[in-house]
Design a protein around this ligand. Structure first.
Ligand code: GLA
Length: 734
């Protein structure tokens, strides 16, 4: 059945997904080959007159059943490709059958249109709250000779420039098949001069999501993770753009993979400069056995289109991810201002020391205390006790309950750190269950931070961790949990799997983690859950489904944070980015920045503190008090307003961004200057997204400006004195 957002033109055999912003067109070509026609700005109606040209190209052979020389799968833009049928570009799927063959030829088989969005069982995903928010097209492809079916899901949100994609394989043969590669989506673009660049978010631990923009050249380029998580090194997001696309103009297609494991974004510019893009689980070290009658559902990709540059693309992601991916009690709630003891004490704390920090925090107006690593087992350094999620009695003499009570009596909330997926050899858990550690028997596994990964693909392992965590969460009043993961996977081998199924181990691990997260975050809905992996090693849309915020980076240096947060904002909302003010010289960089700048940068995310408050001078205390009270006034705007990048710290000495509410009456703008100079240039900033007719008042100076003045004339940034300076402007409509 068709609906008003998805139509099927029977004459031209064209499916059209459309709303006021975007259109997506696919066509059943001759011999049922499924052709990609278009993804971009909305078109009212496709009349059927722009068909892909036919032309004979040497060595690009033809479609079985149709020997026409000009018709080749090697050049035709398609919706989903297979291996082995004369398409030499990178295939979306490689499926091996029992006879050893991996030759398949996928053809259109059937379609269905459904209201709403189907649930992808066991996976994180975007969702709808009512069926009239979205419509879904399911197009089924089938191999020409085998009963192997691929259902391709396309969901269009009615009011957003968003299409989500995933596929489900259905083995209706009477033999097992092995999925060696199964991308979640393919996007074949013609050589029309539009998408000639790609933006990715590479990085490293303490250096996450640096913006990288490059030309797309002939051949294959891949952006991937092989580390068992979405990774610090290459985030699970890319954007396609034109070389002219800017923050405010030009086309951009964002591809955000809702998955926290090994991912692969592959790009191939082919022999006639057309582009194929694939996104999916990384086929590296992956293979999935599918018995007769079984299905395999891939994770989803959220595709966003913008014809107004990157800011508009980011804005679409920010809204969708916080409104229709994040869940739980804190999804749209203001997030509390945290004091975390990690950089203040590391492992070296006592009840008494913590109580002193809590006392100070309460005086400063901070709202939650988070006890980080070191409260469990007998953990005094990072080489023991992971897996032992019971309190370390010799360290916390009053116990966790005593600490939680103390914090609550001070009118604050209490949070606790866990690292549920890990095991130390020096732990009770290891002594009792050495086999829980993921490794191949009789081979010494590789250590990292002196710790090892639990095989979360095994139910008994998950249950053990769940039981321990539940016991604590049920007996101590805990308002927040930080879920950390401090190493990457190696020795990927599971005792739960036989020798033919070992290729499933890393995906099963992720599915296991998702299941455990689902149990805990749905049972304890009112806890604020924060993801973390050595900072931002698992900062992805998958995690966001379970935890509405994540520790952005272990790097708390204000200057480096400008870039990390700016890069992160390309794909993720501000409400998901936690940002803490820490002590100077900074622990990671040794840099000394003003407390004001540290506050301004952290206030541009979900603000918190991570330093020993008992060591502050009176001036520092009053500055923090001021920051806390300022943040409380602007927190709704920062966390849930529209965020606009104005000046990139990747391109100059200046960083600037702003927040504006939907009514355009409340505006916050950050400007930071990194290095000073003897003869500084007079930089101007031009605000965006205001109402040109409104008159705005600078809350600090009382000066007034019309919206069009702030946007067109702009303002000069302050004549800062010294390195690493910043200012936050607050304008309100009068
Ligand atoms: C990771 C986190 C830090 C801290 C430490 C504790 O590195 O990112 O914030 O929790 O672990 O070991």
């Amino acid at each position: 059945m068709e609906d008003s957002y998805i139509s099927f033109d029977r004459e031209n055999k064209v499916f059209h997904l459309h709303n006021k912003k975007i259109s997506y067109l696919l066509k059943i070509e001759d011999n049922n080959v499924l052709n990609h026609l278009y993804f971009g700005k909305a078109i009212k109606h496709y009349s059927g007159n722009k068909s892909y040209p036919r032309r004979y190209r040497g060595f690009s052979g033809n479609v079985p059943g149709n020997p026409e020389r000009g018709y080749s799968k090697d050049t035709l833009p398609q919706e989903y490709s297979s291996h082995g049928s004369m398409d030499y570009r990178i295939p979306a799927s490689i499926i091996r059958r029992e006879n050893g063959s991996n030759i398949h030829d996928l053809r259109y088989f059937d379609y269905k249109i459904e209201p709403g969005k189907p649930n992808l069982k066991g996976l994180p995903q975007s969702y709808v709250e009512a069926d009239d928010e979205a419509s879904t097209l399911i197009v089924t492809l089938k191999d020409r000779f085998q009963e192997i079916y691929i259902d391709m899901y396309y969901t269009i949100y009615h009011d957003r420039a968003v299409i989500t994609r995933s596929v489900k394989v259905n083995n209706k043969t009477d033999q097992a098949i092995a999925l060696e590669k199964i991308a979640s989506m393919q996007l074949d673009l013609t050589n029309n001069g539009v998408y000639d660049q790609v933006v990715s978010l590479p990085g490293a631990h303490m250096h996450e999501r640096q913006i990288n923009r490059e030309d797309i050249n002939s051949g294959i380029r891949s952006f991937q993770s092989r580390r068992g998580e979405s990774s610090h090194q290459m985030n699970s997001f890319i954007a396609l753009a034109n070389h002219d696309t800017s923050e405010f103009a030009g086309p951009a297609i964002g591809l955000n993979f809702v998955y926290s494991g090994n991912h692969d974004f592959e790009l191939e510019k082919d022999q006639i400069d057309q582009l194929r893009v694939l996104v999916g689980i990384n086929p590296y070290n992956f293979s999935w056995n599918l018995d007769p009658g079984e299905t395999f559902q891939t994770p989803e990709v959220i595709m966003v289109y913008s014809d107004n540059g990157f800011n508009d693309m980011s804005n679409t992601y920010h809204h969708l991810l916080r409104e229709r991916v994040a869940r739980g009690g804190y999804k749209l709630k203001q997030r509390p201002i945290v004091i975390n003891n990690w950089e203040a004490t590391f492992f070296d704390f006592t009840d008494e020391k913590i109580e002193k920090i809590v006392d100070e925090a309460a005086n400063l107006g901070i709202e939650m205390f988070v006890l980080d690593d070191g409260w469990f087992g007998h953990r005094n350094t990072d080489n023991s006790s992971l897996g032992d999620w019971f309190e370390y009695k010799h360290k916390l003499l009053k116990g966790l309950k005593g600490m939680s009570d103390y914090v609550h009596q001070k009118g604050m909330k209490f949070g606790l750190w866990f690292e549920p997926e890990m095991i130390s050899v020096d732990s009770k858990l290891y002594r009792e269950h050495p086999d829980y550690l993921m490794q191949e028997p009789n081979r010494e596994p590789s250590p990292s931070r002196d710790q090892f990964v639990l095989d979360m693909g095994r139910q008994e392992v998950r249950q053990n961790v769940e039981k321990q965590m539940t016991k604590l969460l049920d007996s101590v009043d805990i308002d927040y949990v930080k879920w950390d993961m401090n190493r990457n996977m190696s020795d990927v081998y599971s005792l739960a799997l036989n020798k033919h199924n070992q290729g499933e181990a890393s995906h099963r691990y992720i599915l296991g983690v998702y299941e455990l997260m689902d149990h805990l975050t749905t049972k304890y809905k009112n806890i604020l859950w924060e993801g973390c992996s050595g900072g931002g090693g698992r900062f992805d849309a998958g995690l966001l489904y379970y935890m509405p915020q994540s520790w952005t980076s272990d790097n708390t240096d204000a200057v480096e944070r400008m870039k990390i947060q700016y890069g992160t904002s390309l794909a993720y909302p501000i409400s998901s980015m936690t940002a803490h003010v820490s002590a100077v010289p900074n622990q990671q960089t040794g840099r000394v920045t003003p407390l004001k700048t540290r506050g301004d940068v952290a206030m541009s995310g979900v603000l918190g503190y991570e330093l020993d408050l008992t060591k502050l001078t009176a001036d520092e205390k009053s500055e923090i008090k001021r920051q806390v009270s300022q943040y409380k006034k602007v927190r709704q705007l920062v966390q849930y307003g529209d965020y606009i990048r104005l000046k990139s710290p990747f391109e100059s000495n200046i960083a600037s961004w702003m927040f504006v509410n939907t009514e355009k009456t409340d505006v916050l703008m950050f400007v930071g200057r990194i290095l000073s100079s003897g003869q500084p240039v007079f930089h101007e900033i031009f605000l965006k997204g205001l109402n040109p007719e409104y008159q705005y008042q600078d809350v600090d100076t009382g000066k007034t400006y019309y919206g069009d003045e702030l946007m067109n004339l702009g303002i000069y940034i302050p004549d800062f004195n010294g390195d690493f300076q910043s200012k936050i402007y607050h304008f309100k409509k009068i």
